[in-house]
Design a protein around this ligand. Structure first.
Ligand code: BEZ
Ligand code: FE
Length: 288
């Protein structure tokens, strides 16, 4: 049978979106079809708006290829790319709306390690003994101000040289500056550690090169990471930031929120150089 070539809609610049999205089959998952259609719509609009040159397309493909090649079990360059694009924080914001009065969330980052040791209240997580000692303490509350007993705090931070233990496995003790604590009956937690310092995100790969070309610095303001969880509450992924840090206004991954900046006071009892009180408010999980 002869095909009537004049009736075929071949790919054109003006009809590019429809050309691609009309191929999606009825059996495609509904959400996937929606997300795919929006991705094609905005990606094609982007290419048209910047009048994408062939060499720029090639440079983009090369950049994404090198980003993928940089990834292994210890390094996730694509998440770093999402972070510096602000996409990680935007996703976090979209998924944590309507949480007035609760502690705000922020990026997880790539340096969390599952299985950190569970430590008794007051224990010291700074195993290398470096840096300025600091007591981290506070309450975990619900939104009505009731203390939550048995809330789990998974905490981690860098050492005084600005590296996480997993970045320096041959230099730092395993589990340096990490631990898991559970709140007591009164909802309090307390642990000793080193005052975190600011550090650059890994910038020896394609994302670092991109930052340099954009005239952007790679630094994060000093922070302590927390995953706070309790049965029947939404798990909170957040940080407390050190209040005098020079990078608070220009965190490379946009993770800072005013409510997450913690006080660092000189400890009055002399048991540590610093004391940083910080409370958490968890939201009831209504999804089940
Ligand atoms: C971090 O805070 O550990 C982190 C977050 C995003 C990118 C790199 C590191
Ligand atoms: Fe961090």
């Amino acid at each position: 049978m002869q095909i009537d070539l004049s009736t075929i809609d071949y790919f054109t610049e003006s009809g590019s979106v429809e050309a691609v999205t009309s191929r999606t089959g009825n059996e495609a998952d509904e959400r996937l079809a929606t997300v795919w259609a929006m991705l094609v719509k905005h990606l094609h609009a982007f290419a048209k708006e910047v009048d994408l040159k062939q060499g720029e397309w090639e440079a983009g493909i090369d950049f994404l290829t090198r980003t993928g090649q940089m990834c292994d079990e210890n390094r996730q360059e694509f998440i770093l790319l999402s972070d510096v694009l602000g996409l990680s924080m935007l996703t976090d914001a979209i998924n944590n709306r309507e949480l007035a009065s609760a502690t705000e969330s922020t990026v997880m980052g790539p340096f969390h390690v599952k299985g950190a040791p569970e430590l008794p209240m007051g224990a010291n997580i700074s195993l290398d003994g470096k840096g300025e000692s600091c007591i981290f303490e506070g309450y975990v509350f619900d939104q009505e101000g009731n203390a939550i007993e048995g809330a789990r705090l998974d905490v981690w931070c860098d050492n005084v040289d600005g590296y996480y233990d997993v970045q320096q496995p041959d230099i730092q003790p395993k589990w340096n500056n990490r631990g898991i604590f559970k709140t007591g009956q009164d909802g309090t937690y307390r642990f000793m550690g080193a005052k975190p310092v600011s550090y650059p995100i890994p910038h020896d790969g394609p994302v670092g090169q991109l930052l340099e070309k954009l005239g952007r610095h790679p630094n994060r303001p000093a922070h302590m990471h927390y995953i706070v969880s309790a049965p029947e509450y939404r798990t909170l992924v957040t940080h407390s930031f050190v209040d005098d840090d020079q990078w608070l206004k220009s965190d490379v991954v946009f993770g800072v929120k005013a409510s997450l900046v913690a006080n660092y006071e000189h400890s009055p009892d002399g048991d540590a150089k610093w004391r940083s009180p910080f409370d958490f408010i968890l939201v009831k999980d209504t999804t089940n």
